[in-house]
Ligand binder design. Structure first.
Ligand SMILES: [Zn+2]
Length: 197
């Protein structure tokens, strides 16, 4: 297999990218000058070195300046440690952070539990979540999951893992059905958060 085919195959593994788009990426790269390609290659190699997974919330964070295992949000004393918002993916976390509606802490599940999944542990971070919710400061857990059958199934599964001592809320409707939390705009998120039940 030649380099064009190999790269096309790699790009088609990206989320949402089909073979045709993957090939367009390859031809786009071929039109760039070598400094662009060198920069890209350098950043790709650095990505894993510079980005760590936070041991508390499990999100990816840039660890270039501080040699720490805990991200800046989990370390921030001004954030409300009594609230824990559980989201599926880093992109959902980013969108909620961008909307500035929430000042508590997070936990990134790493995915969702499809209906009929026999081993949810293979899909989401069950053991890490159990560890995180041992934190007795947590008074409220907000389940901010996709509004679709798999999201609802995940919600049910996660609820059973949570201690009965904390209040469990879900984001208010108003988020359209089928949507992933990566997409709604700030106003929609703000309403969903305000109307959580
Ligand atoms: Zn963190």
């Amino acid at each position: 297999m030649n380099t064009i085919s190999k790269l096309t195959e790699l790009f088609s593994k990206f989320p949402g990218i089909g073979p045709r788009q993957a090939k367009r990426f390859v031809y786009f790269l071929l039109t760039r000058n070598s400094s662009f390609l060198e920069e890209l290659a350098r950043l790709l190699l650095e990505l894993k070195k510079e980005v760590s997974t936070c041991e508390s919330c499990m999100r990816f964070f840039s660890n270039s300046l501080h040699n720490t295992k805990i991200c800046e949000i989990c370390r921030d004393p001004n954030r409300n440690g009594e609230m824990l918002m559980i989201v599926e993916r880093d992109a959902d976390f980013e969108n909620i952070e961008k909307s500035k509606i929430y000042e508590g802490k997070y936990f990134i599940l790493g995915g969702k539990v499809p209906i009929l999944e026999k081993n949810p542990e293979n899909r989401i971070r069950v053991s890490q979540l159990k560890e995180r919710i041992k934190d007795t400061n947590i008074k409220e857990v907000i389940l901010a999951l996709s509004v679709n059958p798999d999201g609802e199934n995940t919600e049910k599964y996660v609820r059973d893992l949570l201690p009965s001592s904390c209040k469990i809320t879900i984001l208010g409707r108003g988020l359209s059905t089928g949507i992933e939390l990566e997409y709604p705009d700030s106003d929609t998120l703000k309403n969903a958060f305000k109307n959580r039940t």
